[in-house]
Design a protein. Structure first.
Length: 661
């Protein structure tokens, strides 16, 4: 699903030039590079680190502070038992295949996607592109193998089939991917052979905890489990009040089969995750939904993808929830809040869409899931997963440990409850399923009322119920082992397992997309090479102000020192560039770092104490007394004013005057 990427100003994005700038300016760099590097591991340099901490700061304010979330910081090292119970040991896997000749390891879905996309591209070329398009494609494809470039015209029906497969590529399991490889004779370009059939590869890094190696463990692949295991303590901390959310920012680790596309698929990455615990009764309403219901989102529904299309529907989140497109208010609330967050940090909103997961794609625990995807030069990339994890995690951990992970709600008036109840006939159930009995029982007990109603119907019609168990797949449970009955009972205290809505942010992917979305090139005045600019909003920009003295003249020093001190005490990050490069060069170096404002100290400063303030995007300048300029900088950084406001308030300064002094 690749789409041509453009810069902020609509120019075609030159990925090579962009990457080279990011490396040159040390936003990020391969880890252990002087030892040859390890794929999928990156270090952030000073601007990358600063950008990341600004993103996290905004994230904390936007989510944690705004919603009184309970932030925790849990262990990365996790004992085997936890991930066995959560289903990760058995299910947290991708499909892997191998080039039979050279032994290169491939991620099966990516392999199918790449070959089909290359064939479609070849078809497009064979059908005739404009000369301009051909040139562009040839340039982009230079690095690819001959096999992938071949311009072969395909039948219209085949093109349609390929497009349909690509639209639902995330929905195939290993067997189905294997069938696609055979059916369409998909070959690895390097060897010209079909790869081996896909096998599951677990993505968790295994280790052992302690010197005796008898406590096997894993590096966590998500922060969520730590939050679930602390649920009872967090509920108590919150004085029993529901709903509430916990949040956590921390590193996660996944042994990705083939890391690619820079920061987009790495093996160690920073996640920011929220677990919002909500009462499953009453339709998972959210008390602040009214605040966001008019926000419009681009939604890509699962049915659209299944029909082979990728057309989004623009819809307010209010309507989406009302029409059942998005399952419930709480899920909808977070989708809208994610969209507001993206806007705040400076994402190009025309490059954001929300894609619903298809049934097979959904994680084993989820009952509805939407990904916030951002368009990058690598196509649409999932940057935030927002899943309704139902009561799955709390239920399985509670079952396994015997510790209640429940909410006890004291009812003011006793109430008669009519509900679907599951009765497991233990005497027969245990012997029938032996070692699997526990796992099957946990899934049955975790079912919602709606699911139980369906099970009752299924048992009535077929004499058995097909239960989907994480480790085992579909298991048939006969009516001699399980009954699902509609019963009445009186309740004084209501115990329930909360459902969990989980927005899960990959900070590295967001950071990368943010850089691409804010990147553009400006023609230089001298006519030489175009200069790169990163137009981050002031709140996100790694450094807010550049201080440049006109020259290395000693007269400027006291002004630099004083100005730096004042900006420091106003908590505004500033850097001095007093190198010997021309002012133009120094400014353009900082345009590449995304520094939104520049202050120049020149001979007029020495005469009358005025300084200039330059706007990165328009390169316009104003001139005023130091205090006024500092106030303007503070207003821009705090988001109280824009550059356009400042231009109206302070006298415009023509830059050429600087050079003539
Ligand atoms: N290998 C990775 N590198 C960087 N970020 C990642 C990686 N895997 C996941 N993430 C981030 O963590 C978020 C939540 O993880 P989740 O488990 O939903 O991802 P996922 O569905 O496994 O991603 P994908 O399908 O792309 O592998 C993702 O939206 C993404 O931003």
């Amino acid at each position: 699903m690749t789409t041509t990427a453009t810069t902020l100003k609509g120019q075609p994005l030159d990925r090579a030039a962009f990457d080279s700038m990011m490396r040159r300016r040390m936003f990020y760099t391969p880890s252990f590079e002087i030892y040859g590097g390890v794929s999928g591991l990156y270090d952030y340099g000073p601007p990358g680190t600063s950008l990341q901490s600004n993103l996290l700061d905004i994230w904390r304010k936007h989510f944690v502070l705004e919603e009184d979330m309970l932030e925790v910081d849990c262990s990365v090292l996790t004992p085997h038992e936890v991930f066995k119970t959560s289903g990760h040991v058995d299910r947290f896997a991708d499909w892997m295949c191998k080039d039979p000749k050279f032994g290169d390891i491939l991620r099966a879905d990516h392999f199918v996607e790449d070959v089909l996309e290359a064939r479609l591209k070849g078809d497009k070329e064979a059908r005739g592109q404009t000369v301009e398009e051909k040139k562009k494609d040839a340039k982009r494809e230079k690095k690819k193998s001959k096999d992938q470039q071949e311009a072969v015209k395909l039948d219209d029906a085949v093109v349609k089939e390929y497009e349909e497969i690509l639209a639902k590529i995330d929905n195939y399991n290993g067997e189905e991917l294997g069938e696609l490889i055979k059916k369409y004779d998909l070959r690895v370009p390097k060897s010209g052979l079909q790869p081996t059939p896909p096998v599951a590869f677990n993505l968790m890094f295994q280790t052992s905890i302690g010197p005796s190696s008898n406590l096997p463990g894993y590096l966590r692949p998500e922060t969520a489990q730590g939050q679930f295991l602390n649920f009872a303590k967090l509920l108590e901390f919150n004085q029993g009040a529901m709903p509430f959310a916990s949040a956590s920012i921390g590193k996660s680790y996944r042994n990705e089969i083939s890391p690619r596309a820079g920061l987009l698929r790495v093996r160690e990455f920073l996640m920011a995750e929220i677990e919002h615990f909500v009462d499953p009764e009453g339709g998972k309403k959210h008390s602040r939904f009214y605040e966001v219901e008019d926000i419009e989102l681009d939604l890509l529904h699962r049915d659209t993808q299944l029909s082979g299309k990728t057309t989004v529907q623009k819809m307010t989140i209010g309507k989406a929830v009302k029409d059942g497109v998005v399952d419930n208010e709480t899920l909808g609330y977070f989708l809208a809040r994610i969209s507001l967050f993206m806007q705040k940090i400076g994402i190009d909103m025309s490059k954001l869409r929300f894609r619903q997961h298809m049934a097979n794609e959904m994680a084993h625990y989820a009952c509805d899931c939407w990904d916030a995807e951002l368009l990058t030069s690598s196509g649409w990339v999932e940057c935030v997963g927002c899943a309704d994890r139902s009561a799955y995690d709390l239920t399985v951990h509670s079952k396994h440990t015997g510790k209640p992970l429940l909410v006890r709600q004291r009812l003011e008036e006793p109430r008669i409850v009519q509900e679907w109840d599951v009765v497991i006939k233990k005497k027969k159930f245990g012997p029938a399923f032996k070692k699997d009995a526990k796992a099957i029982e946990a899934v049955i007990l975790a079912t919602t009322q709606e699911q139980r109603e369906k099970l009752a119907k299924e048992i009535e019609e077929t004499g058995k119920a097909a239960i989907d168990v994480p480790e085992l797949g579909k298991v048939d449970v006969g009516k001699d082992l399980l009954a699902v009955e509609y019963k009445s009972r009186t309740e004084n205290v209501r115990d329930y397992t909360p459902n969990v809505i989980e927005p899960s942010f990959g900070i590295g992917r967001i950071l990368f997309a943010l850089c691409e979305h804010n990147y553009w090139t400006r023609a230089s005045e001298g006519g030489d090479e175009a200069r790169s600019v990163l137009s981050f909003p002031p709140a996100t920009a790694p450094t807010k102000v550049l201080i440049v003295p006109l020259s290395s003249n000693d007269k400027f020093r006291p002004y630099i020192t004083k100005l730096s001190q004042k900006l420091r005490s106003a908590k505004i990050s500033a850097r001095v560039d007093d190198s010997s490069a021309t002012i133009g060069k120094r400014y353009s170096r900082n345009d590449e770092l995304g520094t939104p404002m520049g202050i120049t100290i020149d001979f007029q400063t020495v005469e009358d104490g005025t300084i200039t303030l330059r706007d990165r995007d328009s390169t316009k300048q104003v001139r005023a007394e130091e205090e006024k300029i500092i106030a303007a900088v503070r207003d821009i950084v705090n988001g109280d004013k824009t550059w356009q406001d400042i231009e109206k308030e302070l006298p415009i300064f023509e830059g050429q005057e600087l050079a003539s002094r």
